[in-house]
Design a protein around this ligand. Structure first.
Ligand SMILES: [Zn+2]
Ligand SMILES: [Zn+2]
Length: 251
């Protein structure tokens, strides 16, 4: 399995794209699709028309807005002779179908796309995409918004991705024994903020869940001003990677 970080920042960040991750197993999967991650996806050299499944953690703009550009491009590509692309499955928490379906119905060029689009709303039930097992877990982020993290398991290896979350029991279940966990490190431990983990909590979750390697990501600009690796390392003694756009990790 291979994980490529397409974006390690948030909506408005001077040097990082917002949330987005490319996971390659027997499938080519996208976890979240925030602003500027489509540009980074093109830089990987991957044919974007090979993407068949996009998994959204939740519907804050920093996690999905590049989907609009991607989808528009995909429709134009196939409709006007660019070539063929396979069906597309959009996976996300409760409300995904309503929100994405409304976007498609509202933009005139999006309705009746020349390929099939499937929706799948998830909470805690695992499912398979080919030989890849996906185990979503409901995360605690902000009130009144259904949010999930994803565990991706393939050939005995596991990557866990928290999406946005506070510290909660389901975060530990999501990460339990994972080879790699990519966690929401919006804030430094000494400047914590609402609705997200800070670096110390990332380290604590990594320790409690017994993961192999911690990847800190989803940095707010304030997180750049402190040594978040050292802060996470006060709890977690395993390897810690500072997430970086276009960094690829083999799992
Ligand atoms: Zn969010
Ligand atoms: Zn976010």
């Amino acid at each position: 399995m291979q994980l490529t970080i397409l974006g390690s920042g948030t909506n408005l960040h001077p040097t990082r794209a917002a949330a987005g991750y490319l996971v390659r197993t027997d499938q080519t999967l996208l976890l979240d699709f925030g602003p500027r991650t489509l540009t980074n996806l093109l830089k990987t050299g991957l044919n974007r028309h090979r993407i068949t499944h996009i998994l959204f953690s939740h519907f804050h703009a920093d996690h999905f807005s590049d989907f609009i550009t991607f989808f528009f491009d995909a429709v134009i590509y196939m409709k006007y002779g660019g070539g063929w692309r396979p069906d597309l499955t959009l996976i996300g928490p409760r409300g995904s179908k309503r929100l994405l379906g409304t976007i498609m119905a509202t933009f005139p060029s999006f309705s009746a796309p020349p390929f099939r689009v499937f929706f799948k709303e998830v909470s805690d039930r695992s499912f398979m995409i080919g030989e890849t097992r996906i185990a979503p877990r409901v995360m605690t982020h902000v009130p009144d918004l259904h949010c999930v993290g994803y565990r991706v398991e393939y050939r005995g290896k596991t990557v866990a991705y928290s999406g946005d979350t506070q510290y909660c029991g389901n975060l530990l279940r999501l990460c339990d024994g994972a080879d790699v966990a990519v966690l929401d490190c919006s804030f430094p431990a000494n400047k914590p903020g609402a609705a997200h983990l800070h670096a110390g909590q990332c380290g604590l979750a990594a320790k409690e869940a017994g993961i192999g390697r911690l990847v800190l990501s989803h940095f707010y600009p304030i997180a750049e001003r402190y040594d978040v690796r050292a802060q996470a390392g006060e709890e977690f003694t395993g390897p810690i990677t500072i997430g970086k756009d276009l960094l690829t990790i083999r799992v």
